[in-house]
Design a protein around this ligand. Structure first.
Ligand code: 13P
Ligand code: SF4
Length: 381
């Protein structure tokens, strides 16, 4: 459906939701105290019972996260969305690309709600489907055709659909090694998008040297690369990054090691290659939690990932271990932060009234190939 601004005015409520128009928080939900929100969310949750399931990503704020029936990284939450076909609604407390994947993986009768549709991801926005089409065509012009496209979970549904259609796959930071192996079993080269850092860090950990990787800049003709550079590469990395994880630096690690010689540093693989090399370990959010929980009591960890997870690890998830944030202050993902308890309260209370707000719907023409790419992802562990 193509919708111009004048047409928008005549759309009915259902059609507005189909195109994902954001419905703002009503004023009556502003200024409600934390205590009242907690009581009202709990009451609405109880009233809705098994009609819904609430999924919460590790980067969500505590006031929202505590209501999650399932918490996890993006891989784990995608699996839950595929498995919990027994509910009418999936309330996804996370960001837009995660809710889109849940919509594709869930049953056709289920509806996925993202409490605030403005909860996007700046990294996902760094790859647009039209730029990917141009890249693919230009690679073909260079005679580079034996390429498997692999997109990180942090990408829009149309990018995932492209990868599904072209024999590729979706990966997350939990299964990136296995996914790259899968890709190189099927093609000579991999085009990895949108996060150059996850791609580089993963391939390097598998023994691929840096000089076999190139960065494709979608803002430049032919990605800004010479034909011989593309020909020599095993991995073509899209020029995208996470604005949160790239804030961590080697200098921070060095300073911390001076102040705390016992400290062990663990970072998310969306950090730069230099930071991952300077750290003791790297891994997805689930891996970070597991490594710290399994470490000896008394261990001291500095963690390079989003501040809400780091704080939760420090406060309650890893008793007996000291957990610090790598930069001393904490990096916040502002789009994850958009999902507030006020939004959660509103969408739940509205459901009791029979109103569905901020539903995420992947258009039918993208669903099939997105599902193919996501199903391949779930089969690769
Ligand atoms: P995980 O796949 O580790 O949950 O990470 C998602 C994400 O957005 C990290 O920035
Ligand atoms: Fe996107 Fe980075 Fe936020 Fe993750 S932390 S949702 S990659 S902006």
């Amino acid at each position: 459906m193509v919708v111009g601004s004048t047409q928008l005015e005549v759309l009915n409520e259902y059609e507005r939701q189909q195109i994902g128009e954001r419905q703002p928080l009503p004023e009556r939900y502003l200024g409600v105290s934390d205590e009242e929100l907690e009581v009202r969310i709990s009451a609405a949750r109880a009233a809705l019972g098994d009609r819904l399931v609430i999924l919460g990503h590790h980067y969500q704020r505590d006031e929202v996260f505590k209501f999650a029936d399932y918490s996890g990284d993006s891989f784990k939450l995608a699996k839950v969305a595929a498995e919990r076909s027994d509910t009418e609604f999936i309330i996804f407390c996370g960001v837009h690309f995660m809710a889109e994947s849940a919509d594709v993986l869930s049953a056709p009768y289920q509806r996925v709600i993202l409490p605030d549709l403005a909860a996007g991801c700046s990294m996902a926005d760094m790859a647009a489907a039209d730029e990917l089409e141009v890249c693919w065509r230009e690679l073909e012009e260079l005679g580079v055709t034996d390429v498997v496209p692999v997109t990180y979970m942090n990408s829009a549904a149309d990018i995932k659909a492209f990868c599904g259609r072209e024999g590729g796959v979706v990966c997350t930071s939990s299964n990136a090694v296995a996914t790259l192996r899968w890709g190189w079993e099927r093609g000579e080269k991999i085009l990895f998008l949108p996060d150059q850092h996850l791609g580089r860090n993963t391939a390097y950990s598998m023994g691929v040297p840096l000089d076999k990787m190139v960065v494709w800049d979608p803002q430049q003709p032919m990605g800004g690369l010479r034909p011989d550079e593309v020909a020599a590469a095993k991995l073509i990395l899209w020029k995208g990054h996470c604005s949160v994880h790239t804030k961590f630096s080697v200098a921070q690690i060095e300073q911390l090691r001076l102040a705390e010689p016992e400290v062990r540093v663990i970072v998310h693989p969306e950090c730069t290659w230099e930071v991952v090399q300077a750290a003791d370990a790297s891994g997805s959010t689930e891996t970070i939690i597991q490594r710290i929980r399994e470490s000896a009591v008394g261990s001291v960890w500095a963690v390079g990932t989003e501040i809400h997870l780091v704080n939760r690890l420090a406060k309650e998830m890893a008793p007996g271990r000291t957990v610090l944030t790598l930069d001393g202050l904490g990096c916040l993902c502002s789009t994850m932060f958009r999902v507030s308890p006020n939004h959660l309260c509103w969408v739940l209370e509205s459901l009791i009234e029979g109103e569905v707000h901020n539903q995420v719907v992947v258009p039918d023409d993208q669903k099939h190939w997105t599902r193919v790419a996501l199903d391949r992802m779930l089969s690769i562990q």
